[in-house]
Design a protein around this ligand. Structure first.
Ligand SMILES: [Zn+2]
Length: 452
């Protein structure tokens, strides 16, 4: 049988079929595609209907995790309050550098002053102005986080879409199937959400919260059969908010691979497995090892050491009963909002030190192109830390020409998890204001940009 749109059944003769990003492109660095979605009605229209609102609302997270849309090659801008010298301004930007670039004027919240490039200001007749050097100013940023976004109808529709398209992909469902008509209706209209609930389960939250093998900031999708026999998909968004989607009330012949999982990391890695059911997965998992029997113990060693999905299979098998007994709620409680707020706070404070992130920092600040002026009043811990890392790289006698060499140097420097405290920041700041530090930073920036 020919492929058709999994939402409306349109064949390639009826409508153009397209590859749908199961997780919107702007929310991930790792692509996962469903090829059986018609181009207009069930792909691009969903963007306006519910995806855009979520992408916009989560831009403060995607910016922090260095996720940018591969389509536009840009970081998604977001609304921030910028406080310069005691005056508050509103700005829609994605990086600090944008603030003082080009012709942009910032309007203060009280409408009494504007901040802009001096050459443009001087051309405006009859105004009073003061000249300031932005490199010497203390700039503070504030973002408003709207927790309701995680529990709005658009979010539930997006989660239902992710679960449905992913399930079809994993189970080789390449046409429209009647059994999914109700969830399709919910995704299309937003009416009658009988599918998506909020996971309010400490065990599940701690599992996806950067605990091995789930990496910092990654998305995970998995399917399982609940105790009542229903077919469910769990969706963990950035490891922050977790949803359960009850896809079918019972298993049917379309469900070929129920024991399946995909985990997409911020470093563009995709870990995945799919098996018909839990028994089959368990069996396959056992057979993935060679067992060496010693006198009292037996040792298992993987037959294929390169199989990166084994650790995910093991975690899935060990936690299967946790999924089956999962606690879900329809409306968020104070407790659940509290968990979410703490996770967001943690995510915003944890910087992942990656080459990708450093390259962005260098480009945003144009460190390879201009003379570096450090701000002695700066308190942005993340920037100070990144300047420090670049200085270390510039100073290092080791040849850093590959990402391997970079991570090796970082590992020798920071053996344990580093917590960037105020005291730590003050100490590294002292080193940044020593002689030649800016030369080393420039050198470090060039080294990082040359790593492919
Ligand atoms: Zn369609």
């Amino acid at each position: 049988m020919n492929n058709s749109c999994i939402y409306c059944g349109a064949t390639p003769q009826d409508k153009e079929l397209s590859k749908s990003d199961i997780i919107p492109d702007a929310l991930t660095n790792t692509k996962i595609l469903n090829p059986n979605v018609c181009k207009i009605d069930h792909n691009s229209k969903f963007s306006d209907m519910f995806e855009y609102k979520i992408i916009e609302g989560l831009a403060f997270i995607t910016n922090e995790l260095d996720i940018k849309s591969s389509k536009s090659d840009k970081y998604h801008p977001f609304q921030q309050t910028i406080i310069v010298d005691g005056t508050e301004y509103k700005a829609r930007i994605s990086s600090d550098y944008e603030l003082f670039k080009g012709n942009k004027f910032l309007k203060s919240l009280d409408n009494t002053s504007k901040l802009g490039p001096i050459d443009k200001v001087q051309k405006i007749p009859n105004i009073k102005y003061t000249e300031v050097n932005v490199n010497e100013l203390e700039i503070e940023k504030r973002i408003n986080i709207n927790i309701d976004l995680f529990f709005c109808n658009e979010m539930y529709r997006l989660i239902a879409k992710i679960a449905f398209e992913w399930f079809c992909l994993m189970n080789e469902i390449n046409q429209k199937k009647e059994c999914f008509s109700k969830i399709i209706q919910f995704i299309e209209t937003g009416n009658d959400n009988g599918f998506v609930t909020i996971v309010n389960d400490k065990k599940v939250h701690s599992l996806f919260n950067n605990e091995s093998p789930f990496e910092f900031g990654s998305h995970t999708i998995l399917s399982y059969i609940a105790k009542d026999g229903s077919v469910n998909v769990l969706v963990s968004l950035f490891g922050i908010s977790i949803y359960n989607v009850k896809l079918l009330s019972q298993k049917n012949s379309e469900c070929k691979n129920i024991a399946s999982l995909s985990s997409l990391t911020i470093n563009s890695k995709h870990y995945q497995f799919r098996e018909s059911d839990i028994a089959q997965l368990e069996n396959k998992f056992r057979n993935s090892f060679n067992y060496i029997k010693l006198r009292y113990i037996s040792i298992a060693s993987p037959k294929n050491v390169k199989d990166t999905s084994l650790i995910y299979q093991q975690t899935y098998l060990l936690n299967y009963s946790v999924f089956q007994n999962i606690h879900c709620i329809d409306t968020p409680t104070d407790d659940c909002i509290d968990i979410l707020s703490k996770k967001i706070e943690n995510l915003l404070q944890t910087s992942s030190l990656t080459i990708r992130g450093l390259k962005r920092f260098i480009n945003d600040n144009q460190l390879d192109k201009r003379t570096i002026e450090l701000n002695p009043n700066g308190t942005d811990k993340k920037s100070i830390f990144l300047f420090y890392i670049l200085m270390i790289i510039g100073k290092s006698s080791a040849k850093i020409t590959s990402s391997h060499a970079f991570y090796k140097l970082m590992n020798t420097m920071f053996e344990e998890n580093l917590v960037i405290t105020d005291e730590y920041t003050e100490n590294i700041k002292k080193e940044l204001f020593t002689e030649k530090a800016t030369d080393f930073i420039s050198k470090g920036a060039k080294i990082i940009l040359e790593i492919s």
